[in-house]
Structures are given as C-alpha cells and as structure tokens.
Design a protein around this ligand. Structure first.
Ligand code: TRP
Length: 344
C-alpha cells in the first residue's frame, strides 16, 4: 500500500539554539518544504524528560517557533506547532509503550550516554523518550524524518514499533479496511557529515547548548560583535589552510571551520579550500566572520523581533496545533478501532 508522503521532525525547546541546530536541522527542514508536506514540532513534552523551569520552557518554546519562522519555514503551507497541544502524541505513546519491548529500549545508546551512572535517579520519561518520539512520527503516519546522525537509532526503533504493530494487529488492520499495513515505515533523512558542527573550542566535541563555555558555540541570537569575537577566538592550529580536503583529516578544528564556511555558503569544503588553500587563519577567519554575520544576522534579528510578540507566536502555534490535531485525531480513531478500544 502506498502512503502519502509526509515529513515530520521536532526540535526540543531547551536552552539556546545555535549554529549546529541551524545547519544540522533547521536548514534541512526549510529545504524539504518544496518537495513535501511538512510538520515541524516544538517537542515540549520531550523537554520535560529532564527538569525544565516552567517560565524558561515557555520562553524556549516560543523561541524555537521564532527560529523556525525566521529561518524560512512557512506556517501557512506547512504545520508548525508544539507537541503538548495535540493529545494524540501522548495517547499514541501509550500504545507504542505496549508494542515496544523492554529489550529494544535497553539498547538505546542516547539514553545510556545521557544517564551514565545515574540510572536510578533519572525520570521514567527519559527512558521512554524514544516511544514518545515514535508516537510523534506515527501519529501523522509520516514517511520521512529529517534528523541528525544521533537520532537515527530512534527512527529505527520507530520502524520496529510500526512493523510490530502492523504484524500484531494485521488481521484487525485488514478487517477495518486499511490493507496490509497501517503505519508506514518512516525513513530517516540524515544530514551529511559536513553539517555536523563541532565546538569552536574543541574540534572533537559536538557544538552543544550544554557546553559551559559560550565561546564554544554561535547562538542564533548572537549579534555581529559576539559572532566576530567567537570566530576570532575559535581554536585553530598554527599551519595555513591546506589546498585539499585530505589535508583536513588530522586537523579537526580547521575541518570544522571550513565545514561551517562551506555549509553557510552552500558549497563544498573542496571549493572553500580552492579559494583559501595556503591562507592564514587570520584571513580565513575574517571571511568567516563576514559570512556568518551576513547569514545569521538577519535570522537573529527576526527571531528577536518575533519573540517580542508572544501573542503572534502563540497564534501560529494554536493554528498549527488545530491542523495537526485534525490529522492526529483521524489516526487515533483508526488506531482505537484496530486495537479494539470502544469509542464514541
Ligand atoms: N529527539 C529529537 C532530538 O533531540 C527531537 C524529536 C522529538 C524528534 N520527536 C521527534 C525528531 C520526532 C524527529 C522526529 O533531536
């Protein structure tokens, strides 16, 4: 059976959005709008799997929404909303809980990395995070999911849950006229390695909102001065830039800065090195400052303008939630019939 093609993805409203979120996720979301019907979610229910200050959570939810809009996502042609406004996510998550096996969740590397030795003291929600993520995707019967490499395993788990649901309830699915499979198996759309943005202080670490040093990242709301300072202070090595990509292999900081330049300018690292090969970092960093300010400055300014108007932002989220809910509610009706829940 052919499913309608649909994109779903989400960003957590926790802390600052930075260049890594922009190049790794949001620019991909923007690009997919021409080809697919897209649903972009601010996953506030995922955020509270670790403690969030309520006022900050609200602010961050509006800020991620502002970033979606400022980066060019069109909330009239597509759907932009926050997860907690559509009950289907939580409802389907329960079904996913009952389909997924304990052994499957025990294998999730992100959970293992996040908890470390603190296993007894993390929330049950953090452990169950991937089941909610599966529900996010499946409640829209989405076919394509743009995510970073680190989320690939969660999309694979979603496929496993969808497959098991389709098998376990096969007879009921057919009896209710849904053919031989109710859920499509969603495909992860993985960003290329060039857009894996690393810390400006350590080329071996991912750029992250939880890094204690603000100099490790460029935030989307940084002004031109902050961007310039951070790029100038970015860690490098004493050699000039190589002329070929191979010369970046053992130089993670140089590789990262060249990758950022290439991604911001929509070209390849090879092209960037064609221009800057042999140049000193001082020259290259000046060009990178100019490019970063030119690309991110307008986005940051627009975000700041938008977050000053929470009534407007909340209106976008309310409208998006209504349209998302219309799709999710249809899925939930069908799921209830398939599972055998009596419903109105
Ligand atoms: N877990 C994702 C992340 O941290 C966010 C997310 C939640 C998501 N639900 C999703 C991404 C569904 C894609 C699809 O990046």
């Amino acid at each position: 059976m052919a499913f309608k093609e649909r994109v779903f993805s989400g960003v957590q409203p926790t802390g600052n959005l930075h260049l890594g979120n922009y190049l790794g996720a949001i620019t991909k979301f923007v690009a997919l709008q021409d080809q697919y019907d897209c649903i972009y979610c601010v996953v506030d229910m995922h955020a509270i799997t670790v403690w969030q200050d309520p006022a900050e959570l609200m602010h961050a939810t509006r800020e991620v929404t502002a970033a979606y809009l400022a980066c060019g996502i069109d909330p009239t042609k597509h759907i932009v909303f926050n997860q907690s406004q559509v009950a289907g996510h939580a409802e389907l998550a329960w079904i996913c809980n009952c389909v997924a096996r304990l052994g499957w969740l025990n294998r999730m590397t992100q959970f293992k990395e996040k908890v470390g030795k603190d296993r007894e003291n993390v929330s049950v929600g953090l452990y169950d995070y991937p089941a909610l993520m599966a529900a996010d995707i499946l409640v829209y019967r989405a076919t394509h999911v743009p995510v970073g490499e680190d989320q690939k395993q969660h999309v694979e788990l979603t496929r496993d849950i969808a497959t098991k649901f389709n098998n376990d309830f096969g007879a009921s699915i057919a009896a209710h006229g849904y053919g031989d499979a109710f859920f499509p198996l969603p495909e992860p759309l993985i960003q290329g390695p060039a857009t894996r943005v690393m810390s400006l202080r350590d080329g071996a670490k991912k750029m992250s909102k939880s890094d204690p040093s603000d100099y490790s990242r460029i935030n989307l709301t940084d002004d031109a001065d902050a961007i310039a300072q951070k790029v100038r202070k970015a860690k490098t090595d004493p050699e000039p830039l190589p002329s070929e990509e191979k010369g970046l292999e053992t130089r993670p900081e140089a590789d990262n800065l060249v990758g950022i330049y290439a991604a911001l300018n929509n070209t390849s690292k090879a092209t960037v090195l064609g221009e800057f090969g042999g140049a000193q970092f001082s020259t290259f960093k000046s060009a990178l400052v100019d490019l970063s300010v030119a690309k991110l400055g307008p986005i940051g300014a627009e975000m700041k303008k938008l977050v000053k108007d929470p009534v407007y932002i909340d209106g976008i989220l309310a409208d998006g939630s209504e349209r998302a809910n219309a799709i999710a509610a249809e899925t939930m009706k069908a799921v209830k019939d398939i599972v055998g829940f009596v419903r109105r």
